[in-house]
Write a protein that binds this ligand. Sequence first.
Ligand code: ATP
Ligand code: MG
Length: 362
Amino acid sequence: MSTPSILILPGDGIGPEVMAEVVKVIDWFGDKRGLKFDVSHDLVGGAAYDKHGAPISDETMEKAQSVDAVLLGAVGGPKYDDLDFSVKPERGLLRLRKEMDLFANLRPAQCFDALADFSSLKKDIVAGLDIMIVRELTSGIYFGEPRGIFTENNERVGINTQRYTESEIERAARAAFELAMKRDKRLCSMEKANVMESGILWRDVVNEVAVDYPEVEVSHMYADNGAMQLVRAPKQFDVIVTDNLFGDILSDCAAMLTGSLGMLPSASLGLPMANGRPKAMYEPVHGSAPDIAGQGKANPIACVLSFAMALRYSFDQGDEATRLETAIETVLAGGARTADLLGEEGVTAISTTEMGDKIIEA
Ligand code: ATP
Ligand code: MG
C-alpha cells in the first residue's frame, strides 16, 4: 500500500501551537517506529480567509477529499467576528464536514488516573472512565426541513424538523457497532422513542443492525435518563450511539466528566474510500481559545490524542495509538501540567512545547 497521507490544517488561535506538537509526534513515529506518513499542510478558517478571502479554498477542499486523514487544529477568533456568515472561519469546518460527508462523530470521554482528582466529579465515579459517544453528525433536527421562523395566526412560530431516514440511522449505528466490536462489546443506543417518531425508527434500525453483531450486548435508553446516568454512574457505558441533537448535548456532558477541554479529542468519520479507509477528520474538541493564543499556554494533549485516534481508526495502528496514550498517561502521572490542568498546590505550569517534548520523551 502507498504511504498513508495526512493533511494538516492548523487553523487559528492556539490551533497552530497545538498542531506543532502533533507534527513532532508524527516525526517521532516516522523516525523511531518506521511509521512514515506523507504529510502536507494547508490553511483553514481565518488563516485561509486572510489569504484567499474564503475560510477554505476549493484546492484545499480537494486535498482534504483525497488524503487518508485530515488533522484540524481550531478555527475562529475575535478578528473575524464581524465577517459575513458566509465567510466566517467556522464555515470552513462545516464545509469540510458536509462535503466529506462525515456522519459519525466519535467523542471519547476518558479519565486519566492522574487527573481523577481534577475532574468535576467524585474520584470513584470517574477514575478509570473510558467511554465513547458516537453522534450522528449530518442529519436530524439541525438539517431537517421545513425549518425557519414563520408567521401563523399573527404570531411568529419557530420550526425545526427532526428527520431521519433508515439509511442515515443505519450507517451511524454500524459505525458504533464496529467500534463496540473493537472495545468492550457493549453498546447503548439513546433516543426518546417514548415521545418521538424518529426515536421509534432509531430504536428499530439499531435492533436490525444488531443482528449482524451477535457478540455485542445492546441496550436502549431514553436520552434524558442517559444524561442522568452519565453523571451518576458513567462507567456503566462502553459505546453510546445517539442522534445529532442528543449527541451534541450528551457528548459535552460526558466531556466534562474528565476535566479540561484541553484533554478531549474527536474523530469524524465518513464512508470508506477506494483504499478501504474511511473519510476522516480528527480535531480537538476545544476551539481556538483566543484568550490564551500566542502565549505558549495551550494544552496540546487534546490534539495529540486526536492523532492517536487517527492512528487507531484511519491507519489500523491500535498498538501505536495505545503507545502514544500511555506516554501521555506517564507524563501526567509524573506531575507535568499545562495551566489548564493546575489545581494542586505548589505545581507550576509547563508550556505547550514542554508538554510536547515530555510526551515524546515518554
Ligand atoms: P469555539 O466557539 O471555537 O468552540 P469556545 O468559545 O467554545 O470556542 P474555546 O476556544 O474552546 O472556546 O475555549 C474555551 C476556554 O477553554 C477558554 O478559556 C480557553 O482558554 C480554554 N481552552 C480551550 N482549549 C484549551 C487548551 N487546549 N488548553 C488550555 N486551555 C484551553
Ligand atoms: Mg465551543
